[in-house]
Design a protein around this ligand. Structure first.
Ligand code: SF4
Length: 82
């Protein structure tokens, strides 16, 4: 299992979980269960199945994070969230 909080390329985006910000609220897991899980430190990691998730769902999960710990860059390297 890929035990990584990123940065990880998912489709055209690069997704990163800021482990220092993540408080393990698991909102991201609830919204995008193919993309995120919590590791044994209760920090979100990005799953190998993430490419199966719709980009809109991944964006929704980032918006659902109460501490904006999910950072998304587009294919040009521009930060598109938060
Ligand atoms: S929603 Fe945010 S704080 Fe909660 S587990 Fe996901 S990344 Fe961490």
């Amino acid at each position: 299992m890929d035990n990584s909080s990123g940065p990880k390329k998912i489709g055209n985006w690069t997704v990163t979980v800021d482990r220092n910000l993540c408080i393990g609220a698991a909102s991201c897991v609830a919204v995008a269960p193919k993309t995120f899980a919590l590791d044994n430190e209760a920090k979100a990691i990005i799953l190998p199945s993430a490419p199966e998730e719709l980009p809109d769902t991944i964006m929704d999960s980032a918006k659902a994070c109460p501490v904006a710990a999910i950072i998304i860059h587009d294919e040009t390297g521009k930060q598109i969230f938060p």
